[in-house]
Write a protein that binds this ligand. Structure first.
Ligand code: ADP
Ligand code: MG
Length: 140
């Protein structure tokens, strides 16, 4: 299986509760390497652009408000089948539907404040990584 990269965000609900290390441990214990990472406070314009695919959804404005409500940790994760593997580790969008042991089952507060973002395809991973990181910030 090919080594792949995916883009991850530890969201404001998780940074607020000091969960960065616990979430990173789940990645590292499950074969994903953190090859880039920085803690930032996203601007509203940046958050709106990042989630523009959801612009028509009723939760869009609330989602943008939430994503700029505190700092986030943006990351590049690398490993075998990293996009799908990370989605498995994250669990379902709604924590009520997330499998036991997943990050969202363990930590999410709600369907909105669900602790982590992960790319949904290798194509989107490449776009999202380039949106937050320069090439020389990613060190495998
Ligand atoms: P995922 O993050 O699992 O890929 P989506 O891409 O569908 O989920 O949605 C992006 C984010 O928007 C979710 O992670 C969550 O924070 C928020 N969201 C999704 N659906 C809802 C909803 N019905 N109500 C409120 N927020 C939502
Ligand atoms: Mg998504």
């Amino acid at each position: 299986m090919a080594i792949e990269r995916t883009f991850s965000i530890i969201k404001p609900d998780a940074t607020r509760r000091n969960l960065t290390g616990k979430i990173n441990a789940i990645f590292e214990e499950n074969g994903l390497r953190i090859v880039a990472q920085k803690r930032i406070w996203m601007s509203r314009a940046h958050a709106k652009e990042f989630y523009k695919v959801h612009a028509a959804r009723p939760f869009y404005n609330d989602l943008v408000d939430f994503m700029v409500s505190g700092p986030v940790v943006v990351q590049v994760l690398e490993g075998e089948n990293a996009v799908a593997r990370n989605r498995e580790l994250m669990g379902a969008t709604n924590p009520a539907n997330a499998a036991d042991g997943t990050i969202r089952k363990l930590f999410a507060e709600s369907i909105e404040a669900n602790s982590v973002h992960g790319s949904d395809s290798p194509e989107n991973a490449a776009i999202e990584i380039a949106y937050f990181f320069a090439g020389n910030e990613i060190v495998g």
